[in-house]
Design a protein around this ligand. Structure first.
Ligand code: OFO
Length: 183
């Protein structure tokens, strides 16, 4: 009796996305190590925490594939890109990466829609919302570095930014989630 509830194409796409999330975790990990090496402990801490979040996303997809009765394929994770050249460059790379990941998530949403696999479509909505948060968070990082002067940011401004990011939560608050009780 066939118990696999995922089509071959969706199972492959989800496996690919699982690897992509693992890759994202490696990217954040490598940028965090870079930031720490440059003396930015607060930025490093923020990025290290985010590396952990991306690994959780990987696990979420892995568990879903198994739950739907399909096969999980754990494959090699591509190496992260080269180290950032500055804090400004680091935040730009983070933003570009998140936009790229949003596109990959949309592809799976579209595939599940076309296949009328509403359970997968529903599962993927969590990732759509997550990408909304992560793009917002990445844009906030870009705003902060822009205010500091971008590539021309002074040591003093970078020092303040580093202190600020030490305390910044990993999740951005989205306007639509704000209530009068919890502004
Ligand atoms: Fe950066 O987010 Fe995972 O999906």
């Amino acid at each position: 009796m066939k118990t696999n509830r995922l089509s071959d194409t969706l199972a492959q796409a989800l496996n690919d996305q699982m690897t992509k999330e693992a890759h994202a975790s490696q990217i954040y990990l490598s940028y965090a190590a870079w930031a720490d090496g440059e003396g930015f402990g607060g930025i490093a801490n923020f990025l290290f925490r985010h590396a952990g979040e991306e690994r959780n996303h990987m696990m979420k997809i892995l568990e879903y594939i198994l739950k739907r009765g399909a096969k999980v394929k754990v494959v090699a994770i591509p190496a992260p890109p080269s180290n950032p050249t500055s804090v400004n460059n680091c935040f730009e790379k983070v933003f570009e990466h998140e936009v790229d990941n949003t596109k990959a998530v949309y592809k799976i949403v579209k595939m599940s829609f076309n296949e009328e696999d509403w359970i997968t479509w529903n599962f993927m909505q969590w990732f759509v919302k997550e990408q909304d948060e992560e793009e917002t968070l990445a844009l906030e990082l870009l705003d902060k570095i822009k205010i500091c002067g971008g590539e021309k940011a002074t040591h003093q401004a970078l020092y303040e930014l580093d202190k600020d990011l030490e305390k910044t939560p990993d999740d951005a608050t989205l306007a639509r989630d704000v209530t009068t009780e919890e502004p």
